[in-house]
Design a protein around this ligand. Sequence first.
Ligand code: AMP
Length: 222
Amino acid sequence: MNLILFGPPGAGKGTQADFISKKYGFAKLSTGDMLRAAVKSGSPLGKQAQDVMAKGQLVSDEIMINLIRERIREDDCQKGFILDGFPRTVAQAEALDQMLITEKKRLDYVIELQVDDTELTQRITGRFSCAKCGTGYHDSFKRPMKEEVCDSCGSTEFSRREDDNVSTVTKRLEAYHQQTAPLLPYYDKENILVSIDGMADIVEVTRQIEEIIGGTGKLAAQ
Ligand code: AMP
């Protein structure tokens, strides 16, 4: 099964993609994670993407499309994949459709997590993660049980994403509303769009996604 987890930055796509990927064995393809790894490694791609990401803008369609085209051919995607953060423009969505035809694959669902902008800004600007194992935390909603010690691995090093500050978040939300949200009618027309309340509890959001994957969710009922 191939899915897109769709929604604005901070909607919980990455967190939910992790759960679903572990439970069902689908590969998680997060373009944000791929780009951050490229920036960290100092590769040519990372050098190109770094400034654009820091400004909260979108990396070029050409780069992103090539990145995903290579990735979905890999072995771990054959059972299924979850796209997190791709496509983000109409050009990316059209290119994805073409790739899927070439690879003889199809998209089963586009699951939209709906969260309002005020909540998103609050979520994003407070989030941080363990620098060693990646476990996610939040200044207000989820602090480590023991201050400054990771609950999962005991590390005392934490990091924040460079683009998780108020001014960049505003730009990222603008990019979402202007360039990415117009994809919703595109997938609605293909009859594979399911929208769920991303403001609900994390566990409840996971439950609803599992219902959709299991074929008993909203789309199946329509
Ligand atoms: P994310 O982790 O999904 O919030 O992505 C972080 C940043 O990476 C975005 O603000 C963009 O600059 C860039 N990015 C990630 N995915 C894409 C994409 N599909 N198209 C263009 N830029 C992207």
